[in-house]
Write a protein that binds this ligand. Sequence first.
Ligand SMILES: [Zn+2]
Length: 107
Amino acid sequence: MNFQTLKWMVDSLVQTFSCPECNSWVDENCVDVMWTAGQNINVDVICPHCHKHSIIRAQILALEIPIQDIKIESNTKKKILIKDSQIIELNKNLKSNNISISELFGE
Ligand SMILES: [Zn+2]
């Protein structure tokens, strides 16, 4: 699993996860990646409020979520403008990290 994927998963996790004990929201500093294997990731989330540990197992399949979000947004706003510079920047990032699109999406 590459760093961008990992970062994305941690970001998604902290946006959706709240402590089952006290319902506190967490940030990325509370997330400790235990291991990754193929498309699976196990993380230990430590609640900043009550310090309860929650072991979260996530799969890379969750990467489909932002694509769906984009579709929903395009239906409501009709148009999404993507600047050429953003696309070029993305390509640069992919090249510099020596990964392909298929790797990024775990295919
Ligand atoms: Zn808590």
